[in-house]
Structure formats: C-alpha cells, structure tokens
Write a protein of this length. Structure first.
Length: 176
C-alpha cells in the first residue's frame, strides 16, 4: 500500500478509492487498509480525503507510536486522538518527544484524559501510569506552569501515580 502511494501517488489513491466504492467496503475496513501507510501529515491528508467516516475510523484504530514528522505533525496527531475520544492515545503519542509539546497542551492532555482514566478504574496498565508520570516529570522541569496549577493536577492524579508530587511539596513548603 505505502509503496503504491510512493510510486504512483494520486493514480494509486484513485484506484484504491474506486476499489472501495466498487466493493462497498465499510469505513472500518478502509481505515484498516489505510493504516498500512506511513505516519505523516501527507498520509493523514489522504485519509481525510476519503471522507469523515473513514477518517474517524482511522484515528480510532491508529496506534499512537511512530509519529516521525515535526512538532506540527505530532500536535496534529494529538488533536486528532482527542477529537475522536482517545485521550490516552494522545498522552502516549508524545512520550519520547515531550519537549515538542507546549506545557499548556500537556496540561490539557492530563485534563481530558481524566474521564477515561476514571472509567478504567485502575486497569489502564503500568505503561499508562508511566506516560502520565513522564508528563508530570517534564512539567516539573519547566517554569511556565504555576506550581499551584501543577499541584492541583498532580493531586487529581495522586491515586494513580507514584511520582509527580514535587509541585505539591513545593506549595506546602513555600506557600507564598
């Protein structure tokens, strides 16, 4: 699939579109087919051009790793995960590239993931906890989020995380 797009570009995509129309494939099956394409904004534009149902099915199935593009690509993917109801995928996606994500966006990720985490009732797995702790560690090393705001977020995640209490400790030690 990816080789066909790389070699034949729009002709290949048009052929795929015709096959999909001819076979009357469900959006989920088309999305599964499109998952074979490279992780890039170019691919995501192709997916988007297949229509809203296929785009949504794609982002609901797409794994959250291997986003190799620039920071804009990463932020685009994060937004897509959030918009299709996958905040934990949005948290997983930047785990090796947290420096590319603005602090406010990291705080937003933590905020929007809270309902999904609560629904999991502790069954989210250790990697989910790890990714969340990585975000808190990253935010601790930045100075653009007030300690009080970070402490509130850490407190909300306290039942889940082992680490990430530095802001809470700072607020208690230095209340001014």
């Amino acid at each position: 699939m990816a080789e066909g797009v790389a070699r034949f570009r729009t002709d290949w995509i048009d052929d795929i579109r015709a096959m999909i129309s001819d076979k009357k494939l469900e959006p989920e099956r088309v999305a599964q087919l499109l998952l074979a394409l490279d992780e890039s904004k170019e691919t995501w534009a192709i997916v988007h051009n297949f229509g809203e149902l296929i785009d949504e099915a794609y982002w609901k199935r797409k794994h959250s790793f291997a986003i190799v593009g620039g920071a804009d690509d990463l932020l685009f993917a994060i937004d897509k995960y959030i918009s299709c109801g996958r905040p934990m995928a949005a948290i997983e996606a930047p785990h090796r590239r947290l420096g590319d994500v603005p602090s406010r966006r990291l705080m937003q990720l933590l905020l929007v993931a809270t309902p999904e985490i609560n629904a999991l009732r502790g069954n989210g797995g250790t990697m989910s906890v790890y990714y969340i702790e990585q975000i808190f560690d990253e935010l601790e090393n930045r100075s653009d989020i007030p300690a009080e705001e970070l402490a509130k977020m850490e407190f909300a995640y306290r039942p889940l995380t082992v680490c990430g209490t530095s802001a809470v400790v700072r607020i208690c030690a230095f209340p001014d």
